[in-house]
Design a protein around this ligand. Structure first.
Ligand code: 4AD
Ligand code: MG
Length: 467
């Protein structure tokens, strides 16, 4: 009778005595003259299962083929372990080597395990403990996001990745074209590129946000969310920016800014709690290895009420800080877009907890935000987090047709491309709000990792699109 294969995660929780089959990749092999110990990992948990092999003339051949990184199948008995660190181990009866691994060439054999080095071997780094933990957490968080919205009756809306409109009006878009860039481009009479000859018959790009289509969904279905890849061609080489990142964008009819803030706060707390409840071993590993305050920081966020503060008040606090001798790289004045150093000062130094900043100057925010009566500010909200700065950006939306059109014109944007969006205000316009959570920014917080390139399997950043 053939044996059942168990995952390492399950094996480690089973009673000794059973005959089992385990498959995975070798983390280490060590031993003495009589016995070999193999630490086997299959990605199901941060922990390895120990395989004990008697060294005999029969096992000698197979053992000589096993080294760090090789892939094996082990048949044996689950026995109580005498060594510390694990309750059970497998006493091997038979081992098959699926794939050998040349120790001279295996990229993870090197002594250099810096994150910089591992990024150059991103095709192999999921096999390390750290990236195993991060990628399991990433998957769990994606599931938790769906769980949160699903349990609240939100509709999961799929918005397009290829678009003809710039949702943020910031011009940071990657163009999509099938025109042959190696040949002379088709031109119209004015000498401009003739996009009618392009695949879509018009100029298109990869989306910077699903929000505009999200609003179409919310003004029909009530409450929706999107969750998908987003692309920004900003040349920002920072530990918090990716050219391709994932964003979660809920959009809700009949929510005002207060409701929006309440939802954002509840959402993040739910996700952090979910991580602590369901990914404890991986978080503990990251805590012990890199960031001794990680668990404490996560717990403190769940238990604390976020500060809610007007931008104008935030600027006053920052100006006072400057007067008291705090040095910032970028200037602080009313009207300035806050830099991550300013956001982190408010969160880490001043309030020592997450802050939701509202009422930003309209000139530094997108065209769709609801304007306040003062004519200067908009009902924007940014959620600012320790170590990260901005983790969420959102707003109540301008529901008034005339004001929205005027703002689009004022910013010199093309109304023609946005007529479909403006229709939501023409036909049964309603108050509504929404926000976007950067998935990798959330993961930075939850894993305690320092660089956004290390919380996505294959990062896309300026001058880097490998793997
Ligand atoms: O503040 P942003 O640009 O807002 C929007 O895109 C709105 N349409 C959202 C909405 O209201 N539906 O982006 C939202 C979040 C930021 O707070 C940040 O967490 C993340 O997306 N983000 C990035 N993450 C990684 N790399 C980048 N280049 C990012 N740009 C924004
Ligand atoms: Mg923003």
């Amino acid at each position: 009778m053939s044996l059942v294969r168990y995952k390492v995660k399950d094996l480690l929780e089973m009673q000794a005595g059973k005959e089992v089959l385990a498959k995975g990749w070798v983390r280490t092999k060590r031993g003495n003259r009589e016995i070999a110990f193999i630490a086997l990992n299959d990605g199901s948990t941060i922990k390895n299962i120990q395989i004990v092999v008697d060294k005999t003339p029969e096992t000698e051949g197979v053992l000589s083929k096993i080294s760090t990184g090789s892939c094996i199948c082990v048949e044996g008995t689950l026995v109580e372990s005498i060594g510390s660190g694990q309750a059970v181990e497998i006493k091997a009866k038979d081992i098959t080597v699926y794939g050998e691994c040349d120790p001279m060439r295996y990229p993870l054999q090197k002594k250099d395990t810096s994150f910089e080095y591992l990024r150059t071997v991103a095709h192999m780094r999921p096999r390390t403990n750290t990236f195993g933990a991060v990628l399991r957490l990433r998957s769990q968080m994606a599931f938790a996001i769906h769980e949160f919205f699903h349990s609240r009756g939100f509709v999961y809306l799929h918005t397009p990745l290829i678009t003809a409109s710039d949702a943020e009006g910031a011009g940071n878009m990657f163009q999509v074209t099938t025109l042959d860039l190696g040949a002379p481009l088709p031109r119209n009479k004015k000498g401009d590129i003739d996009y009618s000859k392009d695949f879509f018959g018009r100029r298109t790009s990869l989306t910077v946000s699903g929000q505009l289509e999200g609003e179409l969904g919310a003004t029909a279905l009530g409450e929706i969310y999107t969750f998908g890849p987003t692309f920004r061609a900003e040349n920002s080489n920072t530990p918090r920016h990716l050219a391709e990142f994932w964003m979660i964008e809920p959009e809700m009819a009949f929510y005002d800014l207060q409701d929006n803030m309440d939802l954002a706060e509840e959402f993040i707390k739910f996700l952090v709690k979910y991580a602590l409840d369901n990914c404890r071993e991986d978080i503990q590993f990251l805590n012990d290895r890199y960031d001794p305050e990680l668990v404490e920081r996560l717990e403190s966020v769940i238990g604390t009420e976020f500060v809610r503060l007007e931008y104008t008040e935030g600027i006053k606090i920052l100006e006072q800080a400057v007067a008291d001798g705090v040095q910032f790289e970028y200037p602080v004045f009313w009207g300035a877009d806050l830099q991550s150093e300013h956001e982190r000062f408010l969160v880490e130094q001043h309030f020592k907890k997450p802050v939701i900043l509202t009422g930003y100057p309209k000139d530094i925010k997108a065209f769709y935000m609801k304007q306040n009566e003062d004519g200067k500010t908009v009902r924007a909200m940014d959620v600012l987090f320790p170590k990260i700065g901005e983790i969420i950006g959102g707003s109540e939306r301008e529901a008034d047709l005339a004001k929205l059109e005027a703002r689009i014109d004022e910013l010199g944007m093309s109304r023609k491309n946005l007529e479909w969006y403006i229709d939501t205000r023409r036909f049964g316009s309603c108050p509504h709000s929404g926000f976007g959570l950067g998935f990798e920014r959330l993961l930075l917080f939850v894993t305690g990792m320092q660089n956004i390139r290390d919380v996505i399997p294959f990062p896309r950043t300026p001058k880097n699109a490998e793997f």
